[in-house]
Design a protein around this ligand. Structure first.
Ligand SMILES: C[S@@+](CC[C@H](N)C(=O)[O-])C[C@H]1O[C@@H](n2cnc3c(N)ncnc32)[C@H](O)[C@@H]1O
Length: 367
């Protein structure tokens, strides 16, 4: 691979050659035939933190849509686990660049393939499958949940946020079989629709999907979920699907079993988005380029790990009550002092989650 047209970047402790017109901000565009988005470094740092806790020796770890190899090579280089790393991209130029990047980091043992991902997934089983496509992941999810070994992990990125947020509800219904809806907490319902879709796709094959770490950041959603064999487990996961209801007048939101109103979002996942156990073990080290952002996120995820779904925003309550909003930490303390569970949420810097009923919430807000 000739150097012109390529730039050298470092992520974590991994050096990479990437297209020199690489996208530094936003969702990223495909430049020429090769894709690299510097803004996704945070997400790749999180992948490394996840892999450091979850990968085990001898496992088969697949970066299915690897592009320059940024994610898969970092997993191979920075997780400190002797596993079989396989990086795949159907674009031959990408595969050549991945090999060059692998050798630049002395990772010659990493296997590089250039196949259609669904055909690769049909042929082989993996312990970890990362699917990071342009836009929606729906075309790869069925193959990924079938190819994943029992107790393995699928890691899914979705950048088609507008349908999931409720901006394009018809597209969401077509793609995910769920109604999306605009609301102050649409980032959360969007993520939960994506998780719910994964749960239903896994259940078709008598497999349960157990969310381990599901979040929203920048312009994308990311889900890390364990896939476990068993029809009963799959049934139990299906029972955690429901709908999100929002009453604009009262600001009340609730999770319901069935879709009663036209604006209800779902079916969506109503269970936890995080494994507390995993978050307790995950840690941030200084070699990660976005370590301070990772630290902040990890702290908030830990806080919200067992919280009630469907967050509120301080601004909503301020508008409704015509009172200026208190500081978020102060308000959370007030809710806790009143005996309610309350936490910050990663979905919004002014957002919070609580089990307080709306009337109590408004009462406490006005104090
Ligand atoms: C968004 S990029 C992946 C970015 C990469 N994971 C990273 O962190 O930089 C998507 C990649 O998927 C590849 N791709 C698209 N469809 C594919 C398919 N059906 N099978 C294999 N690769 C595919 C594209 O060539 C592209 O390089």
């Amino acid at each position: 691979m000739s150097e012109p047209g390529l730039a050298r970047v470092i992520e974590g402790t991994t050096e990479l050659l990437v297209p020199d017109d690489f996208c530094k901000k936003g969702p990223g565009t495909k430049r020429g035939d090769l894709f690299y988005n510097r803004q996704m470094e945070f997400g790749r740092d999180i992948s490394v933190m996840f892999g450091r806790e979850m990968f085990q020796e001898g496992q088969k770890i697949l970066d299915g849509l690897a592009a320059t190899g940024a994610r898969g090579l970092r997993l191979a280089n920075e997780c400190g686990v002797k596993a079989d790393f396989i990086l795949n991209d159907r674009n031959l130029m990408a595969a050549v660049l991945i090999k060059e990047n692998a050798s630049m980091n002395s990772l010659e043992h990493v296997a590089v393939t250039s196949r259609d991902l669904n055909s690769l997934l049909a042929d082989e089983a993996f312990d970890y499958i990362d699917v990071d496509p342009f836009g929606t992941p729906v075309g790869f999810i069925d193959a990924a949940v079938q190819s994943c070994k029992s107790r393995g992990v699928v890691a899914i990125t979705a950048t088609d946020t507008a349908p999931l947020y409720g901006t394009y509800p018809k597209t969401c219904l077509r793609r995910y079989g769920s109604y999306s809806s605009r609301s102050p907490f649409a980032h959360e319902t969007g993520l939960r629709i994506l998780v719910g879709y994964l749960v239903r796709e896994a259940a078709k094959h008598d497999r349960a999907c157990e969310p381990l770490l599901c979040y929203h950041a920048d312009h994308y959603f990311k889900i890390y979920a364990r896939i476990v064999n068993g029809a009963n487990r799959a049934d139990a996961a299906i029972r955690r699907l429901g709908y999100a209801r929002y009453d604009k007048e009262s600001l009340a939101r609730e999770i319901t079993d069935s879709r009663c109103g036209k604006a209800d979002a779902g079916p969506l996942w109503t269970g936890q988005l995080f494994s507390k156990e995993l978050l307790r073990k995950m840690s941030v080290t200084g070699d990660l380029g976005t370590s301070s952002r990772c630290e902040k996120m990890l702290t908030v995820w830990r806080e919200e790990a067992t919280s009630t779904p469907l967050f509120y925003k301080l601004d909503e309550l301020a508008r409704r009550t015509k009172h200026s909003p208190p500081k978020l930490v102060v308000f959370i303390e007030r809710l806790e002092d009143a005996g309610f569970v309350a936490s910050r949420t990663h979905f919004d810097p002014k957002g919070f989650k609580t089990d307080a009923p709306i009337d109590d919430l408004i009462e406490i807000f006005k104090r």
